[in-house]
Design a protein. Structure first.
Length: 72
């Protein structure tokens, strides 16, 4: 049950942690762990940052897809 829940969260987590991990050269699991720890310590404020980054990545992905459609 715990593995199912973990896999579900990793699939639907917008890819923010893996994106940040690739950019700074750190494993995405470590970035995820820091987000979780920071959320507990600061009572959830990093979650707002996480959602903002997820929104930005979705917009970036959408713009890239539209650009590829227009140029092909």
């Amino acid at each position: 049950m715990i593995n199912y829940f973990k896999d579900l969260l990793e699939r639907s987590a917008f890819g923010v942690c893996s994106y940040l991990g690739e950019k700074i050269g750190v494993a995405s699991a470590r970035v995820r762990m820091y987000f979780i720890y920071a959320s507990f310590i600061t009572l959830g404020s990093p979650f707002i940052i996480y959602l903002a980054i997820a929104f930005w990545l979705n917009i970036k992905r959408y713009v890239k897809q539209r650009r590829n459609l227009l140029w092909n």
